[in-house]
Design a binder for this molecule. Structure first.
Ligand code: FAD
Ligand code: SF4
Length: 509
């Protein structure tokens, strides 16, 4: 009897060992289901990209001679639920076994395990053959350590996988971390590399998605779609990045600009998170570029740390903290996400730009996500779970295992500081130093109180003031609390009043 093998929408790894041999007794199935499109409101480009990537892999597998049963969103047989479709397909093909690849999302992991347990035929889960680490590897590494320091994890990964090493236990260049070289603002020179990503016309697919009644938001850009469909396109994007973005990646990693939404970032997160592209290929290529003398070590190290370090580390946090991680709310924040998060219409120029770019491209780079949007959400006191759902919906690369620890842990500090050693917040001064956003903003970056004062300023001081009990003991915040102690009581009262006024009027900022 044949085996039915399920491939999920973020398991588009054409190099998986499943496909190494052609087997007549194996039927692969992929399905576009409302269960997966509707659990949060998604950006239009995210839905298009995943469906298009799935369709491309199915086509390729068929061309290679594999048997594929693909259920498109408008297929009359499609029940729109993963378990119901599986039941229908197992019966239709008279399958004698069911196999699936390990889901990266806790919800799906539970659902498939529970489903398989109801079957009378054997069921088994295969590895996705994508990550450097196993789900529980970080937890094991940190089992006897007091804190989950990413740097510790990263150094272990560098050593274990022999990446950017010179001799046993010695990091290339004598340093593990070149962060201090990587903090420059961007003045416009060198100019952002040209956007020569692929361009697909997905208008027909977009029409099908709309006809199916799937709700979404953001610009679909269906007629000139820039996200890769498959491994070959992702590899082309990697090569272009190594040539033109990577040499400057390190220096301008934290820079933001209203004139350049990509700057020197790779835009490879979607290709990697959908598993079209494996992290090992990316890391090895970047290391090679440094060994060939094509890019500075600070750039190669800064980039590799994001993938070999942060990406694997947050995955470990996710599996360690699930289920229930999304409910963490250490500061007890309850304000709803304001409406302008969905259309970018706010007078705060930094927020308008960062959200506007996200709506247009389904992407914003790290510092816009962390130090503009996330910064505001935390200072204003938005409810972390709602903030998480917004991030999960809007970004093309947002899959819960990577999005949730970044949003809830790193950006909102809602887990009380597992990932972040202090809350990532700032007043206008940081945003002004790292971007051109403040020039031309309705608000005054220098003022703390008054109608035109930059909201980040009062909210910043008020945040530390109202969370003294929880944060004053943090040695990394010594300077902040020293400054607060020096403030006159009237000045603190004025900041509190201004912050309260802002929180009461979030919708009209
Ligand atoms: P580059 O700047 O070119 O970096 C290279 C690669 O490093 C990325 O493709 C990504 O795979 C990896 N990387 C970088 N930073 C991180 C990080 N903090 N955690 C994990 N991997 C990282 N990344 C996602 O992939 N999905 C998300 O849903 C996501 N949500 C985020 C939410 C918040 C609040 C924050 C602060 C960050 C989030 N990130 C997320 C991390 C990061 O912002 C994106 O990975 C990055 O912007 C993707 O663009 P890029 O490919 O051009 O990245
Ligand atoms: Fe943002 Fe304040 Fe600068 Fe305006 S002044 S862009 S609100 S930081």
């Amino acid at each position: 009897l044949p085996t039915l093998r399920l491939i999920l929408g973020d398991q588009l790894n054409c190099q998986h060992s499943w496909f190494a041999e052609l087997r007549d007794d194996v039927i692969y199935t992929m399905m576009e289901v409302r269960q997966e499109t509707d659990y949060v409101l998604h950006h239009a480009q995210k839905i298009i990209a995943i469906f298009a990537g799935m369709r491309d892999l199915a086509r390729r597998l068929r061309e290679d001679g594999h048997r594929v049963h693909y259920l498109s969103i408008d297929d009359a047989d499609n029940t729109q639920s993963l378990p119901d479709n599986l039941t229908m397909l197992l019966a239709r093909h008279n399958a004698g076994a069911f196999e699936w690849q390990a889901p990266d999302e806790w919800r799906l992991d539970q659902q498939l395990a529970a489903y398989a347990a109801t079957l009378t035929i054997p069921g088994s889960m295969a590895d996705t053959e994508h990550f450097y680490t196993a789900r529980d590897e970080a937890a094991q590494l940190f089992a006897d350590r007091p804190t989950w320091l990413m740097e510790y994890f990263y150094r272990r990964m560098r050593t274990r996988h022999d990446i950017l090493m010179q001799g046993i236990g010695k990091p290339a260049g004598g340093q593990w971390n070149f962060d201090h070289d990587n903090r420059e603002a961007w003045s416009g020179i060198p100019w952002e590399p040209a956007d020569v990503r692929v361009s697909h016309d997905h208008s027909a697919l977009w029409q099908t998605i709309q006809d199916a009644g799937i709700a979404s938001f953001g610009e679909p850009q269906a007629a000139r779609f820039g996200w890769p469909l498959n491994r070959d396109e992702a590899l082309q994007q990697l090569e272009r990045f190594v040539r033109s973005g990577l040499p400057h990646f390190g220096r301008f990693q934290d820079a933001m600009s209203s004139k350049a939404w990509r700057l020197f970032h790779s835009l490879l997160s979607f290709a990697m998170n959908s598993k079209m592209l494996d992290p090992q290929t990316v890391v090895n290529r970047v290391e090679q570029a440094w060994r060939d003398g094509d890019v500075p070590l600070a750039s190669a190290e800064g980039y590799i740390r994001q993938i070999l370090g942060w990406r694997e580390y947050v995955r470990g946090v996710y599996w360690h903290r699930m289920p229930g991680y999304e409910k963490n709310n250490t500061f007890g924040h309850t304000l709803p996400v304001p409406w302008w998060f969905w259309n970018g219409e706010t007078r705060m120029r930094c927020m308008a730009r960062a959200i506007g770019d996200s709506l247009e491209h389904a992407h914003a780079h790290h510092i816009n996500r962390l130090m503009v949007i996330g910064n505001f959400a935390l200072l204003a006191g938005l409810e972390p779970e709602q903030v998480h759902q917004w991030y999960l919906g809007i970004y093309i690369d947002a899959f819960e295992w990577v999005e949730l620890p970044n949003t809830l842990g790193m950006s909102q500090y809602a887990d009380g500081g597992l990932l972040a050693t202090k809350p990532y917040v700032s007043s206008a001064a940081y945003i002004d130093r790292m971007s051109d956003y403040c020039k031309g903003c309705h608000y005054d970056k220098k003022s703390r109180t008054g109608e035109r004062a930059c909201p980040f300023n009062a909210l910043y001081w008020d945040f530390f003031d109202r969370n003294r009990e929880q944060l004053a003991g943090n040695h990394r915040l010594g300077m902040v609390y020293q400054q607060l102690r020096k403030m006159q009581p009237e000045a603190i009262d004025a900041l509190r009043a201004r912050a309260q006024h802002l929180r009461d009027n979030l919708e009209t900022m």
